[in-house]
Structure formats: structure tokens, C-alpha cells
Ligand binder design. Structure first.
Ligand code: GAL
Length: 755
């Protein structure tokens, strides 16, 4: 369906639903909104976990443009939580179950000259829809939280293309599978296939003739070879553009364009292999939730998370816990080279037969929608941490295999000796619960055969660790944060040493909203290595510091280097996350020593450096000091700490200062209170006031308090489609610090057509 229009703008929204609205539309109680949208904005924390559970109504009026008058009209929703019914001009055009899968409706039969689309959205936690049914440790919010598109098509059009291929070295055999809708008679059509490289040069072009039955058909095209393919890899994520054109005689009927990456992925008992090369998987789990608006953040913000994983945390894997995530997120993983462990919705509970059918639909939707993403290396097709149900999981596995034989299947378990029906045994390993905080244990992770109960090794990986066993807030005391650091370091060190696992993915990247059954009693699980604003805690630096110093020198002491923050009124011991060869520490007005990476974490490329002995005395003048990083004997980084640290600056960093305003776009501003040496002041309780001017709006409140010395906010564009500028002014309330104004450049994006 090549003629795609964006349908995100100018909806009317009401946080209730009345049957009468279907046939007698009125505007009472409706407010104008644009998508993505959440049924209710929440406070940062301490709200009720049921505030977003409701029936809601979305209405949009539109006319079919005259040039499309005789075409089919297809409406597509990328994500609506959790169940929706679609009415077109008062007639029911379809329903969709599931808050994470795409829905598509051919609305042609219901259309008139002037049209009213009405969507009833039910965001209650319905026990027949995964992940609901019992408790869940996350919030699912509600609303049309991803984009909506309208397509105009001929009677014959592409519904989907699974661009299947086999790869031998750099030679590929292509056999795309077409899902075609034929609203006419049985017919023969020609399919032209072309493949262009990143520069747009056509590297292959061929055609096939296929017969299409009436209705939906799946056609696998006869094979074709191509050589000298540039492979998709983590450092060189080469992508090609495949264009498939349906031709009837000389007339093009439809065009389908998809990005394709060529690579092999193998999950074996001795590890994970990408293009035949063994790679240890190091990653973090991701919830797609943000403060205030939950899931309803536009593409740029989704993509930013991939940038954080790849270019800040320098990890190679993300798990889409515990559901399908946005197309933009996956596309960014393809583009930047981040491996994806793709998971079907669910959390600990298997419901009745209807629930199981809905879960099977989710799995089918996940695989058929996400198939072409080279970044996805595995399908996770169990309900996360559910008990064995061999009959059900034999069906989920068979379904996945019937749709994709190129990738392994798995299912995430928290139980030992579970029946391995899928290819890979994946385990949430929290053995380090007591390590190294309460009762020191040597064990960071469990041997795979202790988990599987099998006498032989199977493909195995760790899908979660840390998380609830050690929640840490950015405003916690330093010792707690340091233990968090060491727990992540211990697990990743063991991950690197062990030969019986493909890798380990930690719980989790970002703090997230949750139900009262979990979290810290304020509806937040503080399990992230970053907070909900994606501001790093010290534990994030464990991952970041593994990067080669030629790419980025990292020197992040997990300390404020103050006399009295820790027990015993001592600034030392502390830990430094760094990829420097060694550090020097200056304290008590002298160099107190050189310190080297700790062998306790020797599996890591760059283990933390422990500074353990405090040579000082309680009554000495605390003169601050310095932590200096050396590579090859040369100073490459330095942190300086003052005796008399005081508030000196509010540092504000914008992710982007150019936004599009054809539809809603958004970007983040991170604010940190710093001392005179540019060290963050985690115990400064700052208040920040944000004002905007021009065609942008702030997401969330305009008065913000810092958490651990920092906070962030997002601004979004008002989709005026006009070139211009807007400003964002940030003021550090209760201080003499000057306010700061940022100019945001606004411009329409001509690749998006709105209707
Ligand atoms: C796991 C679960 C995750 C999260 C985590 C907290 O058991 O799969 O969703 O709740 O615990 O550590």
C-alpha cells in the first residue's frame, strides 16, 4: 500500500464512551487532540494505578480526496491500549484485541462523501487479553498511543511482505513471501523486485509472474540469487531498500518498500553467532514508558532510546520486555546495529482458552509485522515467567516456526527444569540476590545445567538479573548506589567468563511506572540503570565504561567524594567506572595512590577500579581532591572535587533543537545542578521552571523538582506545518543562576502527508 497518509491530527477525545455517540455524533465533553495520545496524563509518581483504566472515545471527521475517490481505503492503528472498536459513519467496521499489535481495517464499504470515524477504546485490564489476568509489574496506560495511517489502494494491494532469504557468506537467495489482497477476480500479475544499496544504487532487479486467487493470498516468489551483499553487522549495519511493484499489464497497482539487512543469526549451546562470529550478548531490558504520558511518545523519542543503548550504554542487545515495541524503535535498532530479543505480551499468568487464542494472535502479529527487521535475532513466545503449559507452548512454538524458520524461539522463565519446547532456554537469574550486599555470596549467576536440569548443554541465556533484588533511586545514598554498581559488574563479569550462555540482559534500562503490588509504593520501580527520564545512575557507567577508550574515554567515579556521605564518615572506599588503564587519586593534599582495575570483576574488558584504603583522619581538613585517569601512561581524564563545593550552574542539554511540525514531534531537555567543578550535586533539591513560546508545548508540569540533582522534560511541537522558531526558557528557581533560553527550529517534514 504505497499511498500512505498520516492520520494523527485533529481528533476529538472524550474520557468516556456512550453508545449514542456512534449514531448521533455530538461534541459534548470532547476536546481536540493529536496523536500519540494517552487517555490521562499522570503525575510523575504517587498516582492511583487505575487512573488510566477507562472507556474512551476518539472521533475524527474526514473526506476522501477526489483523486482517491475510486480507491480502497484502509485504516491502520499502530498501537491502541488495550481493546478497540471502530465505527465508520455509525457502522461497526471492526474490532481489535491487544494493546501492542497493529490493527488494519478496510473501511471502503462504509464510506460516504463526509466521514466520521469513531474509535471506542477500552483500557481496562481485561483478563482475556495478555498481559492481564493477575498482577503485572508495569503499567499499560490507555489510548491511541501510536500513529494512525490511512492508505489508498487499488483492488489488488500488498498487505505485507516477508522478505525471506538464505545466506551463504555474502551470497543470498531471495524468496520474498507476499501477502496480497485481491478484491477482484482470480488474476495473474507481474511482481517487479528491486534491491538498492544505501547509496540508492540498484544492485538487483528481476520479476516474477504470480497468480492471485480472490481474497487474501500468500505467495512465495521463486528463488533468485544475488552475490556480494554487504552484510548487516553491529558495527556496519548495512541496510538495503527492497521495492516490490505489483504490475497488471503496464499498470502499476501497488508498491511495497521495505528496509532489509542480510545476516545470519545462530543460537547454539556454545554461544550466539552473528554472521558466523561469536558475540557475547550484553544488554538491558526496556519498557517503552515515559513520565506523565506513559507510552504516548512520538518516533524521535522512541529512537532516542536506541541511541542511548547503542551510543551511551554501548551495549549490543535490548529485550523488548514484555511486548511488541514501536516500528520506529525497531527501525532505529536496524539502523544503529542493536540486537533485539523480541517478546510477545504477557506477565506471569496464562488465562483461559480465549486468553490463549489472543496470545497466539499476538505472536502471529509480532512475527508478521516485525519479520523484516535484521536486528531481531530471537522470538520470545512464552508469557514472561509463566509456568509450563506444554500443550499451549507447543502451539506457540509451532506457530512461530510456521512463520519463521530463520530465527530461534525462546520463552522467558523464572523456573528451573522447565520443559524446553523452544530452541533456547532463557532464564531470569536473580541468584545474586544476596551478593554482595546482605550476605556475600560468590555466585553471580547460576550454571545453565543447574537451571535446565539437563545433562547436556542447550542454547541458553539470561534474560534478567538485578532488578527487584536491588532497586536503587538516583537520590539514594552513595553506598547503596555503589552496591548497585558492583552487582551489575559482578553479573556482567560472570557473563563474560562463562561459556555456557549466549549472554545476559539486565533488568533494566529505565525506571518505570508500575502497580501498587510492585515498586517503591509510589508506582515506580526503581530498577533501571537510568531513571524514567533516561538520566544515568552510576550503574549505567558499568556498561558505558566497557567501550574502547579510542571511541570514548570514560571516567565516572561512583562518589561525590565528600567526607561524610558514607558510613564511618569516610570518603573512601569508593569505586570508579572507567576504561582508563589506571587512576590516580589526590586526597589530603597528596597523591594517595595509583589504582588498577579490580580482578574481582576480571571478566569485564574494563573492570571497575576500587579505591579501598582511606589514609585520612576524621579531624583532618577535607580538601577535596582529584581522580585522574591514565591511558598508556598519559592523563586522559580528570575529575576535580572542591573542599567547598557549592551550587554554580544549571547545565541544560537538549537532545535536539530542530523538530518537525507536520505531525507531533518531541525532544528532551536534561537539567543538572553542578558545582564549580562541574560535578553533579545529587543532594541539591532544585526547582526548575520551564516556559515555552511559539508553536510548542511542554509535556508534564512546568515546575519540576530535581531527583538526585537532575531532571528532564520533553517539549512537543504543535503541528502547524509552518516554518519558524520557538523557545524554551529554563529557570533555576530560588537561585541567582541566570535563566537559559533555547531556540527550537521548526519545519514541516515533506515525507509525511497528513489527512
Ligand atoms: C521479573 C519480571 C520483570 C520485572 C522484574 C523486576 O521477574 O520478569 O518484569 O518485574 O522481575 O526485577
Amino acid at each position: 500500500m504505497n499511498c500512505k497518509m498520516n492520520f494523527d491530527l485533529n481528533w476529538l477525545f472524550k474520557p468516556s464512551f456512550d453508545l449514542k455517540d456512534i449514531t448521533q455524533p455530538n461534541t459534548d465533553g470532547f476536546v481536540p487532540v493529536h496523536l500519540p495520545h494517552t487517555v490521562k496524563e499522570l503525575a510523575y509518581n504517587c498516582f492511583s494505578h487505575s487512573e488510566t483504566a477507562m472507556f474512551a472515545t476518539y472521533v475524527k471527521h474526514f473526506c476522501v480526496p477526489p483523486q482517491h475517490a475510486n480507491q480502497r481505503v484502509i485504516l491502520e492503528f499502530d498501537g491502541v491500549m488495550a481493546y478497540h472498536e471502530l465505527y465508520v459513519n455509525g457502522q461497526k467496521a471492526g474490532t481489535h484485541i491487544g494493546g501492542y499489535s497493529r490493527s488494519r481495517f478496510d473501511i471502503t464499504p462504509y464510506l460516504a462523501a463526509q466521514n466520521t470515524i469513531l474509535v471506542m477504546v477500552d483500557s481496562h485490564e481485561n483478563k482475556e487479553i495478555p498481559p492481564f489476568g493477575y498482577t503485572i509489574d508495569y503499567l499499560t496506560y490507555g489510548g491511541i498511543y501510536r500513529s494512525v495511517s490511512l492508505y489508498f489502494a487499488e483492488d489488488i494491494y500488498f498487505d505485507n511482505v516477508l522478505f525471506r532469504y538464505d545466506l551463504q557468506g555474502q551470497n543470498a537467495t531471495l524468496y520474498p513471501e507476499l501477502y496480497v489482497q485481491n478484491n477482484g477476480q482470480k488474476t495473474s500479475v507481474c511482481v517487479q523486485i528491486s534491491l538498492a544499496d544505501a547509496q540508492g544504487t540498484c544492485v538487483k532487479s528481476y520479476q516474477r509472474t504470480v497468480t492471485l486467487a480472490c481474497g487474501s493470498s500468500h505467495v512465495v516468489l521463486e528463488k533468485e540469487s544475488i552475490s556480494d551483499i554487504a552484510l548487516w553487522d553491529l558495527d556496519t549495519p548495512n541496510l538495503y531498500t527492497a521495492t516490490l511493484t505489483l504490475m497488471q499489464e503496464e499498470t502499476p497497482l501497488d508498491v511495497y518498500t521495505v528496509k532489509v539487512g542480510f545476516r545470519t543469526v545462530e543460537c547454539k549451546p556454545n554461544g550466539f553467532f552473528l554472521n558466523g562470529k561469536k558475540i557475547k550478548l550484553v544488554g538491558l531490558d526496556r519498557h517503552q514508558a515515559y513520565p506523565y504520558v506513559g507510552y504516548a511518545m512520538p518516533p524521535r523519542v522512541q529512537r532516542k532510546d536506541v541511541d542511548i543503548f547503542k551510543n551511551y550504554l554501548h551495549v549490543n542487545t535490548v529485550r523488548t520486555s514484555h511486548y511488541m515495541q514501536s516500528e520506529e524503535f525497531l527501525a532505529a535498532c536496524d539502523e544503529m546495529g542493536l540486537l533485539v530479543f523480541a517478546e510477545t505480551p504477557g506477565w506471569g499468568y496464562i488465562g483461559d482458552e480465549t486468553f490463549k487464542e489472543n496470545s497466539l494472535h499476538d505472536i502471529e502479529a509480532m512475527i508478521t509485522t516485525e519479520y523484516n527487521h535484521p536486528s531481531i535475532f530471537i522470538w520470545s513466545i512464552r508469557i514472561n515467567e509463566s509456568n509450563d503449559d506444554d500443550a499451549f507452548y507447543t502451539r506457540t512454538n509451532a506457530l512461530a516456526k510456521s512463520l519463521d524458520t530463520s530465527r530461534a524461539t525462546t520463552g522467558v522463565r523464572c523456573i528451573k527444569k522447565s520443559n524446553l519446547i523452544e530452541d533456547v532456554y532463557t532464564y531470569n537469574d536473580f541468584i545474586h540476590f544476596s551478593h554482595p550486599v546482605k550476605n556475600y555470596r560468590e555466585i553471580a549467576l547460576v550454571n545453565q545445567q543447574t537451571v535446565t536440569g539437563l545433562t547436556h548443554q542447550v542454547p541458553f541465556m539470561v534474560s534478567e538479573y538485578c532488578g527487584h533484588v536491588f532497586p536503587v533511586k538516583s537520590f539514594d545514598g552513595e553506598e547503596k548506589k555503589m552496591r548497585h554498581v558492583l552487582m551489575h559488574a559482578a553479573v556482567q563479569s560472570a557473563n563474560q567468563y562463562r561459556t555456557d550462555a549466549m549472554g545476559a540482559i539486565g533488568w533494566c534500562a529505565f525506571d518505570y511506572n508500575t502497580h501498587g503490588d510492585y515498586g517503591s509504593g509510589d508506582k515506580i520501580c526503581y530498577h533501571g540503570v537510568m531513571d524514567m527520564f533516561r538520566i544515568p545512575k552510576y550503574a549505567a557507567e558499568v556498561y558505558r565504561s566497557q567501550v574502547d577508550p579510542k571511541i570514548e574515554v570514560v571516567l565516572e567515579p561512583a562518589t561525590v567524594f565528600a567526607r561524610g556521605e558514607n558510613d564511618d564518615n569516610r570518603p573512601i572506599p569508593f569505586v570508579v567506572l572507567t576504561n582508563c588503564d589506571y587512576i590516580e587519586v589526590v586526597a589530603y593534599d597528596k597523591v594517595i595512590g595509583k589504582y588498577f582495575p579490580s580482578l574481582t570483576y576480571g571478566g569485564l574488558a574494563h573492570p571497575p577500579i576500587m579505591v579501598e584504603e582511606d589514609p585520612g583522619r576524621w579531624q583532618d581538613i577535607w580538601n577535596g581532591g582529584a581522580i585522574i585517569g591514565y591511558c598508556n601512561g598519559v592523563e586522559v581524564a580528570r575529575k576535580t572535587y572542591a573542599r567547598d563545593a557549592y551550587l554554580s550552574a544549571l547545565q541544560v542539554c537538549a537532545d535536539d533543537c530542530a523538530l518537525q511540525n507536520t505531525v507531533v514531534d518531541a525532544t528532551r531537555f536534561v537539567c543538572r545542578y553542578l558545582d564549580q567543578n562541574e560535578n553533579i550535586l545529587p543532594f541539591y533539591n532544585g526547582i526548575i521552571q520551564v516556559e515555552t513560546s511559539g508553536d510548542i508545548a511542554l509535556i508534564g508540569p512546568s515546575l519540576l523538582t530535581t531527583l538526585g540533582g537532575a531532571t528532564a522534560f520533553w517539549v512537543k511541537t504543535l503541528p502547524t506545518g509552518k516554518q519558524g522558531t520557538a523557545t524554551v526558557t529554563i529557570k533555576a528557581v530560588n537561585t541567582q543562576l541566570p535563566s537559559q533560553t533555547f531556540t527550537i527550529h521548526l519545519a514541516p517534514q515533506d515525507t509525511i502527508t497528513v489527512i
